[in-house]
Write a protein that binds this ligand. Structure first.
Ligand code: NAP
Length: 253
């Protein structure tokens, strides 16, 4: 933290909660930002493309949310460091981080055919991106009275749901699904390390929602998918940590 932080907005009693949602320019991330904005929180719209980011901020503000733009490419160290600096300068802390940004990793996804570059991209974005962003922002989260981290996972990251005979969730997927399993495993390790800090970190499964990610084949709306993330972002102190939830409750690993 530098001396500019002396001038940031103090986290006084009653000061609005400050949240950052990665990949918030569209889809479920946009709806998470809208949902957090509806709680009266200040919401950072993390997005890599300036035009799409500013359009989302404008739309969220038109809907009544106190939204602001945060330039952010989760695969880029310098971009993530700059986002942390922006939040440090402006607020001196972060209360809630929603790691939502993700990619599928192209096609084909059959393990015998998959392009290793696409596997790398899925892991770089969906797993390393989450670690990169989380670790850069942890110093700011540690300054919050009730820090929360929500990692957007998927039912396709559940090995149980993937392998239960007759119930295999989702298509064959050698990049995207394993990246979410990896994310689940890493999140459990974060929860173990952060157990005594007051930071609650959980995984959210939005269900199959119609977004660009799946060519809008999903059967739920992005807003329905966002609801579990909003709920986990607003957990009370003493709530669960290291869990994997959809809106109906815990999911199998
Ligand atoms: P989406 O519409 O494709 O949106 C993905 C978002 O991630 C976009 O804003 C995209 O930004 C951003 N993003 C991708 N790579 C990025 C990077 N390197 N840096 C910053 N932002 C990046 O997907 P979605 O369906 O809303 O998915 C949101 C989350 O829910 C993901 O974690 C996904 O895995 C999870 N999920 C979705 C479903 C579903 O049915 N849709 C089901 C289970 C889980 P650009 O516009 O710049 O590409």
């Amino acid at each position: 933290m530098n001396e500019k932080n002396e001038q940031h907005e103090q986290h006084e009693q009653g000061a609005p909660t400050v949240a950052l949602v990665t990949g918030a320019n569209k889809g479920i991330g946009y709806e998470i930002a809208a949902g957090l904005g509806a709680l009266g929180w200040r919401v950072g719209v993390g997005a890599r493309d300036e035009g799409r980011r500013e359009a989302a901020v404008e739309a969220l503000r038109a809907g009544g949310a106190d939204a602001f733009g945060v330039p952010l490419d989760v695969t880029d160290d310098a971009s993530v460091a700059a986002a942390a600096e922006l939040l440090a300068d402006r607020f001196g802390r972060l209360d809630v981080l929603v790691n939502n940004a993700a990619v599928t990793g192209g096609s084909p996804q059959e393990p015998t055919l998959v392009d290793l570059a696409e596997v790398r991209l899925a892991v770089e974005t969906n797993v390393l991106g989450v670690i990169r962003v989380t670790n850069a922002l942890l110093p700011l989260l540690r300054r919050s009275a009730s820090p929360r981290i929500v990692n957007m996972s998927s039912g396709v990251g559940s090995l149980t749901l993937q392998s239960r005979p007759g119930e295999e969730t989702g298509p064959i997927s050698a990049a995207y699904s394993p990246s979410k399993t990896f994310l689940n495993a890493v999140t459990v390790q974060y929860a173990k390390e952060l157990r005594d800090t007051g930071i609650l970190i959980n995984l959210a499964c939005p269900g199959y929602c119609a977004t660009d990610l799946n060519g809008h084949r999903g059967v739920r709306t992005p807003a329905q998918g966002a609801a579990i993330a909003v709920r986990l972002a607003a957990l009370p102190d003493g709530g669960p940590s290291g869990g994997f939830f959809n809106e109906d409750g815990p999911l199998p690993w």
